[in-house]
Every structure is written in C-alpha cells, then in structure tokens.
Design a protein around this ligand. Structure first.
Ligand code: ADP
Ligand code: ZN
Length: 602
C-alpha cells in the first residue's frame, strides 16, 4: 500500500494540472462569449435594422442596394441617404428574394439586389470569432471525458501494469495456497485445453489476510509463473475526489485488461470499494456506483476471456454479499501469518544476501518472532542489517537481531526522550503490574523482559515469550489475558492511589477482547453461543434477539472487565512487596530480564 504512494501522487498532480487547464479554459470561453454577445449587441444597436423597419423602408423606396449571401439570413443594406452600410436579419431568404423581385418588377422600385454565393473570406473573421466559444466547449468536453478515463485510451487512470518475474519459489510457505492457485496458472498458460474440457475456472479469487502476509506477492507470482501481465490497482484509488470517477476507472481498468488478456487484474484493499452498499447519498453513493460497475464488469466477462481478477482484503466480512456470488469472487483463500516453519522459510528467502554470526540460526529467529507477518520478518532482517552496520559488526550478531525484533515490535527505541521521574515511577509500577499479574496466571506466557524505556508511543513494555504458534484461544486464556492487560492499571491504582492515561491502550485491547468473547465467540453464559457481531449483521438481525440485546452485551462486556480488574488488583494486593521491589528495580535499571524477574519470587 505504501509502495503505491509515489505513483498516486503523480496522478494527483496530473489531475490538478488538468483541472487548472479546465478552469482557465472555462474562464476564457466565458470572456470570449461575453465579447461576442457584446459585439452583436453593439451591432444591433447601431447597424441592425429590424425586419419590419426594413419592409417599410423598402415600401418607402429608401433603399439603394441589398446584398445577400446564399444560405445566410443576414443581409447588407445600403440606404440611399445614409453612407454607412446597415444589416438586417430576414426570416427566409427565398421569400425575401421573391418579395424584392416583386417590388422591383411590379412596383418599379429601384433596388439593386446582389445575390452572392457564399464568400468565405469576407465572413471568415466573423465566423472564427463566433466559432471560438463552440470550439472551447468541445475542448472542455473532451477534457472532461479524458479526465474521467472515458477518452479513447484512458491512459490516465489505468492500473499500474507490468510483467513480473516473481515466481512461486519467491513465496515462502503457503504451500496449500499455492497448490490451489497453480490451477489458475495452468489456465492462464493454456486456456484452450481447459475450455475444451468444459472446465470452469474461477473469474475472481478473494485473498484474505492481514497486511504484509504476502497477498500481493502471491498474486504477482501467479502472473510471473504464467508469464502474463499483472495489472494492479488499489481500492482506495477508485474513490477519489470526483463523482463518477470511480466507476469509470473500473471500466477503463477492465477494458485495458480485456485488451491484454490473458492477464491478472489485482485489486488491493477491495473493501474500499466493495463495502456493503447503503442507501446513503454523497460519498457513499459514489461508492455504490463504483461497486456496481465492478459487478457489471465481473459479469461481463465471457467465459473464454482469460482475465483472472484477484482481490485482497483484511475484512472480508465487510464486503457486499453481491461481490461474493458465483461468477464473481466466489473463491476465497485465507492467508494467515506464517507459523514457525513458514517464518523460517520466509527468513531464508530474505536472508540470502545477509551474513549472520555463527551462533545465530534462522530457526531461533523464527522462534522469537511468533505472530510476525512476512513483511515484518523481511523488515526485521533489514533492520538487523542496518543496526549491525551502525554497531560496526562484520556480520549480523544476536544482539543486532534482538534489537531489530524489538524495533519492529514496539517501534523505534527512543532513548533520547527525556522522561520525568514521576513518569518513570508511574511506568515502572504499571509494567511491574503487568508482569507480576501474569506470573500468577496459569495460561500466561513467561515474561521475557520488562522495560520502562519508552518505545514508540508506549512509555514502557512487558515482553512475553511467545514461541508457541497458536490458532485457538480458550475462554480461560482470554479471561486471563484480560487480567494481565488490566494489571498495569491495577498497579497504578493500588501503589500510587492514582491512575494515568498510560493504560489507555491496554483498556482498548481488553475491551475489544471482552466484546469479541461475548459477541463473536459465544463465551457469555447469559447470552450463549450466538453471533452478535453488529459490524457484520444487519440491524434487523440483531433485533431478532430482542430489543434489549445491546444492553445485555454491554452488561456482559462490563462484567468480564470488572471481574478481570478485580482479580488483577487482588493478585497485586497480596504481592505488594514484590510490586514495590520490581518497580524500584525498574526505576534504577530500566530493564529487567527473565532471570532477574524470576528472582523476586524465590
Ligand atoms: P500484502 O499484499 O498481504 O499486504 P505483500 O505481498 O505486499 O503483503 O508483502 C509485503 C512483503 O513481505 C513482500 O514484498 C515480501 O517481501 C514479504 N513477504 C510477505 N509474505 C511473504 C512470503 N510468504 N514469502 C516471502 N516474502 C514474503
Ligand atoms: Zn500497559
């Protein structure tokens, strides 16, 4: 997502330039138009003779000469007693000519009638002058079309497209996912044989997973393996600035894809356009238009068109159901953060050009980085190399790597930030609280390090050993997680008899967990195993559980939090001596290791 930024900026600049030109053009056109009107007005005041006046002047024989141009209702009149030539507009040339002839022949009027074939030169300047506004309007129109990507080539808003040389081998782990996707590669390489067999290939595949899990990478690898173009666009690029733009961008993206078929179209962050449709107006309805266009395009493919659309999202539950119907994104592949072996493999790929100390194995790094995504692992290795260089090491050493892991986990170490004594004390008790409470919880991970050195926005941190890959959590585990999260706040309250804003993140996380326990995991006895996720459900679906269900959810969430907070305080109250000792040591040393921490409990 980050990587798209420069390109988008360029596009925005182009857009601004176009708009500036457009506005300038409009202003010029208006001025010219005003001038023309003004000129005509002046003419009509001074030179133009009204038709009825002209007729009576003819009757009174005041006219010497009339000049007409074939096909024009504008005539020139020379009066007998006026030097200046006048003009007049006549309703019909043929009728007027007949009238004049009648006047001359039958009434003996002496009018000289000149019928000229169209004189281009004479009228040219006038013509050009009157044509300019029209031309400008046309130019304006073309510009608008172009800006909307409707112009012939739609160059401006086509997705970024390129051939990639990324192969499946560059994607570590994800064995089953690759196996599922290899079918698409085969299809792109050899569509005819699939069609002959009447085999149905998915048009759209939804890749679900956290940012950095390799969704873009694997999509590129499909294109690389099949050796077809990779056209990509981010959902957020579709919803920009001007109404109607999103839909036309979708249109031009797909028209380009069809021309380049066989190819891969990759839509990152599809939730930005594919979120559930609403009846709203404004930005929302703009969104709906874009989504509708996407649906139209997906349906518009012929089965023999070899365009495969891959879309990535971290929030599949947000997507409009229509997107997931057969013939659209009817296949879903979930890409989870890598497990221990996956992490080791990813580390292997990203450590190819890096040198490590002998006592450092990729396996041990993998063990220390549970929960990291592929992007975070790649980032960690890169950070480690930078830190090793700064530390003037010849190879990446254990210490460099540990620093890098911390840096990626909790943000940049900010040793330079001056911390007041009061803040230090508060943080020390807060972190000591987390650590001590965890010690008394059966399911809690072992404390790896406690620190009151600020990192990123956090004033301090308690790091746990997380070398176990887990996919499920039990109710007890979650309840204890709440207790350890609230241990920080509890310690502040008990030891300092005051509470701080430093616990806000803990409280946020705890509340989210408690809410998920009640509404998603069915862990509340009062409510039972019912899904009440109101982000996912329509209001009426919630209503089927009665008017008071929302109150009940709130009550249950609050109960879980209250119990956890009580427990945390109870644990700390019966270990006040340890709390003071740990906090005091933290204030002195700033960092406490596992071994040092364990000593407090001997
Ligand atoms: P997403 O699209 O899911 O946000 P990306 O595909 O952009 O994630 O991944 C970002 C980077 O992380 C990749 O360019 C790659 O360097 C690294 N990465 C992620 N997953 C893997 C993997 N399975 N194997 C190797 N590298 C990976
Ligand atoms: Zn905390």
């Amino acid at each position: 997502m980050e990587k798209n930024k420069p390109n988008q900026n360029k596009k925005n600049k182009k857009q601004y330039l176009l708009w500036t030109i457009l506005i300038l053009l409009t202003i010029t056109a208006t001025i010219v138009l005003a001038l023309v009107i003004n000129k005509n007005n002046q003419e009509s005041e001074e030179k133009n003779v009204p038709y009825t006046q002209l007729l009576s002047d003819i009757e009174e024989d005041k006219i010497e000469k009339i000049e007409m141009t074939v096909g024009s209702t504008s005539i020139k009149i020379k009066y007998k007693d006026i030097e200046e030539e006048k003009t007049a507009i006549i309703p019909s040339t043929q009728a007027f000519i007949e009238l004049i002839h009648k006047k001359i022949d039958e009434e003996g009027k002496s009018i000289e009638l000149n019928e000229k074939s169209e004189s281009v030169l004479a009228n040219l300047s006038d013509k050009i002058f009157s044509i300019i506004p029209t031309l400008m309007m046309v130019a304006l129109f073309v510009l608008i079309l172009k800006m909307q990507g409707l112009g012939d080539k739609g160059k401006i808003y086509d997705g970024k497209e390129n051939k990639t040389d990324i192969k499946f081998d560059d994607v570590a782990g994800l064995k089953e996912e690759k196996q599922e996707l290899i079918e698409i590669v085969d299809f792109l390489k050899n569509p005819e044989s699939f069609q002959k067999m009447g085999a149905k290939i998915p048009k759209g595949v939804l890749l679900c997973g956290k940012p950095g899990t390799g969704k873009t990478l694997i999509a590129k690898a499909i294109a690389g393996e099949a050796n077809v173009p990779f056209i990509s666009m981010s959902g957020s690029e579709f919803i920009e600035m001007f109404a109607g733009l999103g839909a036309s961008r979708v249109r031009s993206l797909f028209s380009k894809a069809k021309k380049m078929a066989p190819c891969i179209v990759f839509i990152d962050e599809i939730d930005a356009i594919g979120a559930r449709r609403t009846n709203a107006s404004g930005a929302e309805s703009e969104n709906n238009q874009t989504l509708n266009q996407l649906l139209v395009e997906m349906d518009g493919f012929e089965s023999n068109e070899t365009v495969i659309v891959l879309a990535a999202t971290n929030r599949p539950e947000m997507l409009d159901k229509a997107l997931l119907r057969p013939g659209r994104f009817d296949r879903r592949i979930t890409i989870a953060p890598p497990d221990l072996r996956g992490r080791e493999e990813i580390l292997k790929i990203h450590s190819k050009e890096k040198k490590f100390a002998d006592n450092l194995s990729l396996k041990s790094i993998a063990e220390d980085t549970a929960g990291f995504t592929g992007a975070e692992l790649a980032n960690t290795l890169n950070e480690a190399a930078i830190i090793a260089t700064i530390n003037k090491h010849n190879v990446i050493e254990k210490q460099d790597l540990e620093e890098a892991v911390k840096k990626v986990t909790v943000g940049l170490q900010k040793t330079s930030r001056v911390v007041s004594e009061k803040d230090k004390k508060l943080t020390a008790y807060h972190e000591a609280g987390h650590a001590i409470v965890s010690k008394f919880l059966a399911t809690s991970m072992e404390v790896k390090e406690i620190s009151i050195i600020p990192r990123g926005v956090a004033g301090g941190y308690t790091m746990y050993k997380t070398n176990e890959d887990k996919f499920f959590a039990s109710k007890t585990e979650l309840e204890e997680k709440l207790i350890s999260l609230l241990g920080g706040r509890a310690a502040e309250k008990i030891a300092l008899d005051d509470i701080s804003t430093g616990a806000s993140n803990d409280i946020e996380v705890a509340t989210k967990i408690a809410k998920d326990m009640v509404t998603i995991y069915g862990m509340s006895d009062k409510i039972g195993p019912i899904s009440l996720n109101n982000e996912q459900q329509q209001p009426y679906e919630m209503q089927m559980f009665g008017q008071n269900i929302e109150d009940l959810i709130g009550e249950e969430v609050k109960r879980l939090i209250d119990i956890a907070y009580e427990k945390a305080q109870k644990i700390l109250k019966s270990n006040m001596q340890i709390l003071h000792a740990v906090a005091q040591t933290l204030i002195e040393k700033e960092v406490i290791s596992t071994e040092e921490f364990d000593k407090f409990f001997e």
